[in-house]
Design a protein around this ligand. Sequence first.
Ligand code: AMP
Ligand code: MG
Length: 522
Amino acid sequence: MKFNIQETFNKELPADPIMENSRRQVEKACFSYATPKQTANPSMVHVSPEMANELGFSKEDTQSEEFLKIFTGNKVIDGTTPYAMCYGGHQFGNWAGQLGDGRAINLTEIEHNGKHWALQLKGAGETPYSRTADGLAVLRSSIREYLCSEAMYHLGVPTTRALSLALTGDQVLRDVLYNGNAAYEKGAVVSRIAPSFLRFGNYQIFAAREDTATMRTLVDYTLKHFFPELGEPSKETYAQFFQAVADATLEMLVHWQRVGFVHGVMNTDNLSILGLTIDYGPYGWLEGYDHGWTPNTTDRQHSRYRYGNQPNIGLWNLYQLANAIFPLIEEAEPLENVLEGFKTKFEEKYLDMMKSKIGLYEKDDLDQQLLNDLEENLQLTETDMTLFFRNLAEFEKDSNDVDSFLKIVEDAFYTPDEVTGEVLDKWTLWFTTYQTRLKKETLSDADRKEKMNKVNPKYVLRNYMAQLAIDEADKGDYALIDELFVLLKKPYGEQPENEKWFAKRPDWARNKVGCSMLSCSS
Ligand code: AMP
Ligand code: MG
């Protein structure tokens, strides 16, 4: 196994000179060297063939003892110095000071086929940023991160990736519901891959400490490596950089809304500077279409990070980033323009995206209203988002049978008995209006269906599906992890043999811990 090692990161950014893992406030440094912990009895659970291929690993490589050792933290790659990054962040709206990679360790950065990748272990032991926690991760949350990040990639949503999922052989103590019932769980390590794991919080920490010099170094580094098209650093390029981050964030958010993904913890330390979905914790997938839904029990009271609020929070987080980099530009206007532009751009892109979900491509002034009515109807009774939009592609624009309209989507209703009276009238009206509108489109039913099926996934990682895989894995059976992994490689395809996963959430999963209720404990 060969690595083409890039040492640019270590050379260009100021490092924390203390070479050990002990917890501390790290000043004037972007990262600290950190050594992964040796584990009791490592064993590989799953490797992503697509990610391995991207990085240039052969199948034999991924099955080797060396691969297992490296990606569980038991061997440091020759010539590398693993490190943990320093960052801060706003958690649930409040500035939380230094956070940092408390349980993530970057092994190294490599170049393959012209692409730059940082290789990171999550759960490989403590670092200077571990604060009061242990630096470890459990199998439960590691399966969720592993499966979901690769599924998001195949859905076409910008995301960090995962290369491998392994057991450490160690036991880790966790209190899943934060109610005093701690128990031992199996320890695990996921290797995560991304061009960079830099977050908004990496910049914020230096602003909070009024350390403009280090922040400038970090921003210049970011420009040089990840936004080279913007050119040499200057006030103008710093503003353009902010524009690029805002655009990438917006793009990611439109995708989240499209597929029904709820991140769950959109703190500023969990927002990537490259607009990648990062840190899969108590995330969830919409089953019933509900703007108010959040899977995160820690956020139940205010539901700050609910589905319908994700775009607002994206903007709120961008405000924090703008404040952080302001000292480099010393003018509010360019930053304010970007933030103002975000709102209009989001509205435009969101409208286009929602139109594409219902197969509308021509311009019509009434489309916004049609979509508003749809979103309202979807929330009248619990209606499965994935089933609804996927089935809607079956609509026939020249059908005269109004009664049959609802049949197309009836599988999506969790309580079909409630679709009567006024609710039924609203749906009938909506479908009739939709049909009239569809007649303005030039595409045939078949062509529209094909296009719609490329934006409306048939298979997503429903919350209960991940939980089933976790329950089996706890018993030592990893077959379902592989089954779901393979299923989710083709989320838009028809997979007749997998029809059982194209179904409403079963009733037992409605209020089950791990399915609809997740905490940050991981
Ligand atoms: P999260 O809510 O997972 O985004 O984590 C917030 C902060 O807590 C980050 O700085 C993490 O590195 C840190 N953190 C979370 N879990 C652990 C853990 N088990 N050990 C050390 N640090 C952790
Ligand atoms: Mg995090």
